[in-house]
Structure formats: structure tokens, C-alpha cells
Design a protein around this ligand. Structure first.
Ligand code: B16
Ligand code: MG
Length: 218
């Protein structure tokens, strides 16, 4: 059995840092950016996030300027990530990882972020995962299933024995398109997931087994 965790919004919340970084880039370039728009960027790649901000502001820029904005946004975001510590790990994550380890499950990260490894190292969680697949390894962003299928393939697991934990609708769709069980996490209402937990606090391996996977555990 393989549990695949999205990173931002499931293991840690970096929303505020993305918000601050995008806001400074948007304002510097005469565009507006607010928290509602920031929510729409969950699970969306860096480039596609900027495209959403440009569309929202009905603006277009030359490719060179777009690349500069993306670099500046990431520079600001990486600076802000310096503030992350293990105390930022979301409730229930450490406990669930421990239970999965005891039960012999494999564990992976399936994230759109190109900063996933750096974030996991800051949290002291990098070594807890059997593989980390992130924005550096894929050509197609969620809702394309590539990120999750690659994780399963790397660990030689069939999709029907994989459970994905996601906080974004695009990620839920990606998990379903991969033929995996999709578990929603967080306050934002998610459609089409088998179950949604507000946090991972109190979630047990037995709960996951009860989700009635199509594969090995039936
Ligand atoms: P980066 P996830 C996603 O991570 C974030 O939710 C999203 O807001 C961000 O734009 C994306 O990563 C790319 O991040 O700029 O660090 O490459 O939720 O898929 O873990
Ligand atoms: Mg996420």
C-alpha cells in the first residue's frame, strides 16, 4: 500500500508565504492580488499561477518579463521559507506517518512545488518518505495524473493500491484520473473525494482501510 501526500496544504501550509510573494510581485507590476485569488492558486504550478493573475488583471507581458517575474516571485518565496520550522507541520501528520510506517505502508510526496525538497528538509520530514515527486519531475501539472503515477511507478505500486491526500480540487481530479483513491484534506470544500478530513489529526490506518480500496485490501 502506498500513501501519497500532497505537500502544501496537507503536510504544511505555505499559503501565506505564496500570498506575500505574489502580492509583492503583482503590486510592483501594477496589478491587484488578494487572498481570494491566492486560494485559486492552490496546487497550481508557478507559471500557471502567474497566468491566472495576469488574466484576472487583464494584462499581458513579454516572455522575458514573465520569466523575470517568476524568478522574483520564487526568490521572495524562498526567502520567506527560511521561517519554516518543524512546528509548522500540520496537526496529525507526524502521527499518521508513524502509523503508516508501523503498518508497513510506503509513503510518497506528490507535489506541484519545485521547492518540495527544501520545504521537507526545513520541516525535518525528508527522510520519512520513500520517494518525493515534485514540480521538477513532471511536464504536466495537476489535474493531470502524472505526478501521482510517477510516484506509484517509482515504488512499483499499482494505482489501485494508492491513496492520495490532497487539499486542492485539481489534485483530487489528478488522483482520480490516476485510478487512485482520493482523500480530501482541509476546510475548502472538495468534490469527488471518497472522504474529506479537516485535518489529519486522529486519522488512523484502519480508517484508510475502511475506504474500501478497489485493490489489495478488499
Ligand atoms: P513552487 P502542492 C503547490 O504545491 C502550491 O499549492 C501552489 O500554490 C504553488 O504555486 C505550486 O506548488 C508551485 O510551487 O512555486 O514552489 O514551485 O500543493 O502541489 O504541494
Ligand atoms: Mg496542495
Amino acid at each position: 500500500m502506498l500513501a501519497i501526500f500532497d505537500l502544501d496544504g496537507v503536510i504544511v501550509t505555505t499559503d501565506e508565504y505564496h500570498y506575500q510573494a505574489w502580492k509583492s510581485i503583482a503590486e510592483k507590476n501594477g496589478m491587484t492580488f488578494d487572498r481570494e485569488l491566492n486560494h485559486k492558486l492552490r496546487g497550481v504550478s508557478r507559471r500557471e499561477s502567474l497566468e491566472i493573475i495576469l488574466a484576472h488583471n487583464s494584462r499581458s507581458f513579454a516572455e522575458e518579463e514573465i520569466l523575470k517575474m517568476l524568478e522574483e516571485k520564487n526568490g521572495r518565496y524562498v526567502e520567506l521559507l527560511e521561517n519554516l520550522t518543524p512546528s509548522d507541520i500540520l496537526p496529525g501528520v507526524n502521527e499518521l506517518l508513524g502509523s503508516l510506517e508501523s503498518a508497513g505502508w510506503l509513503k510518497a510526496i506528490g507535489s506541484s512545488s519545485k521547492n518540495a525538497t527544501a520545504i521537507l528538509k526545513k520541516l525535518g520530514l525528508f527522510d520519512r518518505f520513500d520517494t518525493v515527486v515534485d514540480g521538477n519531475h513532471i511536464s504536466n501539472s495537476k489535474p493531470d495524473p502524472e505526478v501521482f503515477l510517477l510516484g506509484a511507478e517509482k515504488l512499483s505500486q499499482n494505482p489501485d493500491t494508492c491513496i492520495v491526500f490532497e487539499d486542492a480540487q485539481a489534485g483530487i481530479e489528478a488522483a482520480l484520473a490516476a485510478g487512485m483513491t482520493a482523500v480530501g484534506v482541509g476546510d475548502l470544500k472538495l468534490d469527488n473525494c471518497t472522504v474529506q478530513y479537516r485535518t489529519l489529526e486522529g486519522v488512523t490506518v484502519s480508517d484508510l482501510l475502511r475506504l474500501n480500496l478497489k485493490g489489495a485490501i478488499n
